[in-house]
Ligand binder design. Structure first.
Ligand SMILES: [Zn+2]
Ligand SMILES: [Zn+2]
Length: 331
C-alpha cells in the first residue's frame, strides 16, 4: 500500500523561498527494514544528549538540590513548555482553538519564555515544516541528506540543532501574515530579548529573595534557568529529529512522523507526532487510550473557564478515517 494520505491536500511544489537546496529525498516512505547498525546509531543519537545533560548536572553541582530549586525548575519548565505547545504550536500555528484576548497574549509571552526564538519566526518555521514535511523545503527534516546511515546521522543533527544555524530564514510575511498583522503579537515577537531576560532572571530573583542569599540566587539560576532551558530545548528539538525518524505510525501522514511514547510527559503531549501530522489542527495529539497529553488537558481547562472556544477536539470518526490499514512500526 501507499502511505500517501487523502487527508492532506496542500500543494507540494518546491518552496520559492528555498532556491538551490540540494536535498535528496527518496520516493519511498517508511516501513523498510533498517540494518542493525542504523538502529544502534539511532539509539546513540537519542541517548547521548540526555545522558550528557543528566551527567553534567551532578558533576557540576554535587551538593544536591533544594526543594525550592526543584520547584523553580519544574514550574518554569512546564510554563514555557505549555506556552510553546498550547500557544505557539496548537493555537498560533494551527488554530486548533480560539483564545480570548488575555489568553492569547498570555500564551504568546509564556511561549517566548521558553527561549526558542521570537513567536513569529517560530510559527513561520513550523508552518513551513508542515507544508513540506520531510520533503524539499522542510526546514528541519532528518531525511534532508538521504537515507544512508551517514546521511541520516547528518540529517538527525541537522533536524535537532543544525537547522537553527541556517542563514536562510523562512519568509515571515509569507508564512505568518496573520501574526504580523496583530500589533500586540508583533510587539511580543520583537521584544523577544525581554522575555528571555525575564525567563532567565526570574528563578534567581525568587531564589535569592526566598533564601535571602546570593548562594540561593546562584543555585536557582543554575537549576531554574540553565538546566531548565537546556532540557526544554532538547525535548523540543527531539520532536523535529527523533519524532521524524522513529516511533509508531498508526495514522496516515505523508511524512515520517512517529508517535514516541517516552517523550510524552516531557514534551507535554507533543511527541504523539504521527497523529499531529495526520490531523494538524486537532487540539489533542494523544488521541488513543492511555496517551498522556497535558497540553490537551490544559486546553480543556481553558475551555471550561470560557477562555478557549471552538476547540477542535478529535471525534471517533475523524480518528478512524486517519488510521493506517496496517499499523506500521518503523523503529
Ligand atoms: Zn513534524
Ligand atoms: Zn505542528
Amino acid at each position: 500500500m501507499t502511505t500517501q494520505p487523502e487527508v492532506i491536500t496542500e500543494s507540494r511544489e518546491p518552496d520559492p523561498g528555498t532556491p538551490g537546496q540540494e536535498s535528496q529525498f527518496s520516493a519511498t516512505r517508511g516501513g523498510e527494514s533498517k540494518r542493525s547498525i542504523e538502529q544502534i546509531a539511532l539509539l546513540l543519537f537519542i541517548c547521548i544528549p540526555f545522558v550528557a545533560l543528566a551527567a553534567a548536572v551532578p558533576l557540576a553541582w554535587g551538593r544536591g538540590m533544594s526543594w525550592l530549586d526543584l520547584g523553580l525548575m519544574v514550574g518554569m519548565y512546564f510554563l514555557g513548555c505549555h506556552g510553546i505547545t498550547i500557544g505557539f504550536h496548537r493555537h498560533f500555528t494551527h488554530g486548533s482553538f480560539k483564545a480570548s484576548r488575555p489568553l492569547k497574549i498570555g500564551l504568546a509571552i509564556a511561549g517566548s519564555m521558553a527561549v526558542e526564538g521570537p513567536i513569529v519566526r517560530w510559527v513561520a518555521d513550523h508552518r513551513r515544516h508542515h507544508k513540506f514535511s520531510d520533503a524539499e523545503g522542510d526546514p528541519h527534516s532528518p531525511w534532508r541528506y538521504g537515507e544512508t546511515l551517514p546521511a541520516l546521522m547528518k540529517g538527525l543533527w541537522w533536524a535537532h540543532m543544525g537547522w537553527l544555524f541556517d542563514e536562510e530564514q523562512t519568509p515571515q510575511g509569507k508564512y505568518a501574515p496573520d501574526l504580523i498583522r496583530d500589533p500586540a503579537i508583533r510587539r511580543i515577537s520583537r521584544d523577544f530579548w525581554l522575555w528571555t531576560a525575564i525567563s532567565l532572571l526570574l528563578p534567581p530573583v525568587v531564589g535569592g529573595l526566598v533564601t535571602m542569599s546570593w548562594y540561593g540566587a546562584f543555585t536557582a539560576f543554575f537549576w531554574g534557568s540553565l538546566v531548565r532551558v537546556a532540557l526544554l530545548h532538547h525535548v523540543t528539538w527531539s520532536i523535529n529529529s527523533i519524532c521524524h525518524a522513529v516511533g509508531k505510525r498508526p495514522f496516515k501522514s505523508r511524512d515520517r512522523s512517529g508517535n514516541v511514547w517516552w517523550l510524552a510527559v516531557l514534551s507535554c503531549g507533543e511527541s504523539w507526532h504521527n497523529l499531529h501530522h495526520a490531523d494538524p489542527t486537532c487540539a489533542r495529539h494523544g488521541v488513543l487510550r492511555g496517551q498522556i497529553d497535558s497540553s490537551a488537558r490544559v486546553i480543556r481547562w481553558f475551555e471550561m473557564a470560557g477562555w478557549a472556544t471552538d476547540v477542535r477536539w478529535p471525534t471517533a470518526e475523524r480518528i478512524a478515517a486517519r488510521r493506517q490499514e496496517d499499523v506500521g512500526e518503523a523503529a
